[in-house]
Ligand binder design. Structure first.
Ligand code: 4AD
Ligand code: MG
Length: 438
């Protein structure tokens, strides 16, 4: 049982193994673990698409080949060939009867072992931790959510128009800006592509951008990342009501799609899927004033006019089984571009979507300010430099229309859908207050 040069069996992925029962195939991957009964060796091989048990009997192979198998350490890379057969004891229900093994590289003592490791240790080894089944399940769901965002927006007739990452504009306030040198000028890493999406909406009517956003957040919470990904639709001639409807359809679609396509991954992360199955339209909508009343009724000391903290959001969201829309926040706690509420100019035509089960805000958005005069005043009030926003004000000079949009964060959406305690596992290489490496 050595390498068989010239072997022409097909290279398959473990995910597809059940379609090849009875056939001789090749799998290329890494050794997850190995055990031996003295008479039989069991290799559990993973190839990124799944894991499979491969079995070799002592009498099937030469003594040298048997010894070669004994040298295989965890995470050694290898190419295995053999015949597939159904076996309930193998992780995917398919087992390989080994015919040959090619050792590609013997791994050194692997730092991540089946024993429990602390979070810091695992985060320091994030580049290796990605190989574990739980992390693979999470990132598989992430990829599905991202693809679902794109498919949904495309299906709704929104064109993908991406925004730049270097920008002279502060979109979401000046306190979380990452400043960087841009030749002789100062630039920031984008906090949001929204302002550019607004320009694109005036060109194409319905657009979305999708990319990383950067916030120098000094908060060390389970919901905050320094670098995260956001999908931001922008819709010309639309109102607050229109985008709330769009958000609702998007979330129902995304949750339904993950339930349908990621059942295995949801099981790996031990998600209670009955809670996700309850995510059906219509979602509850509550006015800011109503939200404040609900907080008071729950015994929370909250002053009208303020923004909700994590605990406030959790108290509100716990009252509903579906995500809940909180609308009409005070203008003072929102960004400069929010359209005032005609019914009460202290408030804004804004909306946050709070996820159930204590996950807090996953979407922020609203209707954009249409008046050039008011916009100019707000830019001053927020201490922003007019000249950096002249191009943005042009959108109000040349055919201004009511328009609205929102931003949905991939990581918070994933944390909720996968039922994770912390956003650090939702992105391949998290950037957090005290973590820049690996
Ligand atoms: O509420 P935010 O700050 O809204 C905006 O940036 C708007 N310009 C979006 C728009 O209307 N086009 O952020 C939107 C979403 C949040 O609801 C959250 O999901 C995510 O982006 N988000 C973060 N995710 C992880 N870590 C952070 N530090 C985040 N900040 C915002
Ligand atoms: Mg927000």
């Amino acid at each position: 049982m050595t390498s068989s040069p010239g072997a022409t069996v097909p290279w398959i992925r473990i995910r597809e193994a059940s379609a090849h029962l009875g056939a001789d195939v090749e799998v290329r991957g890494w050794l997850a673990h190995r055990r031996s009964s003295g008479k039989v060796q069991f290799l559990v091989v993973r190839d990124g698409s799944g894991t499979m048990q491969c079995v070799a009997g002592r009498n099937d192979v030469s003594p040298e080949a048997w010894q070669a198998l004994e040298t295989l350490t965890q995470e050694s890379s290898l190419i295995v060939r053999g015949r597939l057969r159904a076996d309930a004891r193998s992780p995917g229900g398919v087992e390989m009867g080994l015919q040959s093994v090619e050792i590609v590289a013997i791994a050194e003592g692997y730092p991540i072992t089946p024993k429990e490791h602390g979070t810091d240790f695992l985060m320091d080894h994030r580049h290796l931790w990605l190989r574990s089944p739980r992390q693979q399940a999470i990132l598989t769901i992430r990829a599905e959510i991202v693809q679902a965002f794109r498919d949904f927006m495309h299906g709704e007739g929104f064109l993908l128009v991406d925004a730049p990452i270097f920008t002279p504009n502060a979109c979401e306030g000046t306190t979380t800006l990452f400043e960087t040198q841009y030749f002789d000028e100062r630039a920031y890493l984008t906090q949001s592509g929204q302002l550019y999406a607004e320009a694109a909406a005036m060109a194409f009517g319905r657009v979305y951008c999708f990319g990383p956003a950067f916030r120098a957040e000094k908060s060390k919470t389970r919901r905050h990342l320094i670098e995260f990904w956001m999908m931001e639709p922008e819709w010309a001639f639309a109102t607050l009501e229109d985008v709330i409807g769009l958000e609702e359809r998007l979330l129902v679609y995304v949750v339904g799609r993950v339930l349908e396509r990621n059942a295995e991954a949801l099981k790996t992360v031990e998600r209670d899927v009955t809670k996700l199955a309850r995510v059906r339209a219509p979602f509850a909508r509550i006015h800011y004033n109503d939200a404040v009343a609900r907080l008071h009724a729950a015994g929370q000391a909250f002053e009208w006019g303020g923004d909700f903290g994590g605990t406030d959001e959790t108290i509100l969201a716990e009252q509903f089984e579906t995500p809940v829309f909180v609308t009409h926040y005070p203008a003072a706690v929102k960004a400069f571009y929010m359209e005032p509420d005609p019914a009460d100019p202290r408030l804004s035509l804004s909306c946050d979507c709070l996820a159930p089960e204590g996950y807090g805000e996953i979407i922020g958005g609203g209707q954009r300010m249409a008046s050039l005069d008011l916009l100019t005043r707000r830019i001053d009030e927020h201490g922003l430099p007019q000249e950096a926003f002249e191009w943005y004000k042009d959108l109000r000079r040349y055919g201004s229309v009511p328009h609205a949009g929102f931003g949905i964060g991939v990581e918070r959406t994933l944390a909720w859908i996968a039922g994770l305690d912390h956003v650090r596992e939702t992105i391949p290489f998290p950037r957090m207050l005290y973590r820049l490496r690996p």
